[in-house]
Design a protein. Structure first.
Length: 259
């Protein structure tokens, strides 16, 4: 009888945990939105690899990332999806019950986004957006299609285009840019069964042709590496981001989120 009682208690705890995760994961899809009275400035954080690699400015140690995600969680930040970023920056809408907004992005699609970052996203209920170099999927050190599908199914991660081969777009002619953008978009549609609406420019490089090609290729937004908060004045295809670097203090991280 005593053993049965213990097993029942454990089962109830497990159900509670699963229900809690379900509530957090589904809250985005029940959020009510309203028009903002003023133009919205959205912090879009830019991360890359999650690993300890001294001297490499693209590698943020896992312990640092955890501190930063914990900060976002404790401060009550609502982490937006690509579709929600469009609502905010183009339709000037905001979540009715959430005043602090941020978008968390990872460029390239390193495998450690799954092994190191993904557990932290779930732990702190943070939604992230990963820009994939589609030709690099299932290669050494990069995400596998199986990992991508698992993260997408969890609802904590969205996947967008970082082009097919990560070539600097300002070095390509219009046809070359179109190929890079469209091939990546086709891969995402075929393998993830989604409508890819957001493009991340490789190395932040682009030229006057790039926004036009991005729009014609079906993208609704494009992200650069220009520092600052994203807003409608920048245009849909030249949105700014805030770079997260290694050894960043918590105070410096907090400033990335401020107007």
């Amino acid at each position: 009888m005593f053993k049965r009682l213990i097993l029942l208690c454990l089962a109830l705890v497990l159900v509670g945990v699963l229900l809690t995760q379900s509530v957090f994961a589904s809250s985005k899809y029940t959020t009510k939105w309203e028009k903002s009275n003023a133009p919205v400035n959205l912090p879009i954080l830019m991360c890359h690899s999650v690993e300890n690699k001294p001297g490499n400015g693209l590698c943020v140690p896992p312990e640092q990332l955890e501190q930063q995600l914990k900060y976002l969680h404790e401060q009550g930040y609502y982490t937006v999806t690509p579709a929600e970023a469009y609502k905010i920056l183009v339709q000037n809408k905001v979540p009715k019950k959430h005043k602090k907004l941020v978008m968390v992005t990872f460029d390239d699609g390193y495998e450690n986004n799954y092994t190191a970052a993904y557990p932290l996203l779930k732990k702190y209920h943070i939604h992230a957006t990963i820009g994939l170099i589609t030709s690099k999927i299932d290669t050494q050190g990069m995400l596998t299609l199986k990992q991508i599908k698992e993260m997408k199914k969890s609802k904590w991660v969205s996947f967008v285009s970082h082009t097919q081969n990560h070539q600097e777009l300002d070095r390509l002619d219009e046809a070359g840019q179109r190929e890079e953008m469209q091939a990546s978009r086709t891969w995402l549609k075929r393998n993830l069964h989604q409508k890819p609406d957001l493009l991340v420019y490789p190395v932040g490089r682009y030229n006057e042709v790039s926004p036009k090609v991005a729009k014609e290729s079906g993208y609704k937004l494009a992200l650069t590496t220009q520092p600052g908060l994203a807003n409608a004045e920048q245009g849909k295809y030249e949105l700014h981001r805030q770079r997260v670097v290694p050894d960043m203090t918590q105070e410096a991280f907090a400033k990335l989120l401020q107007p």
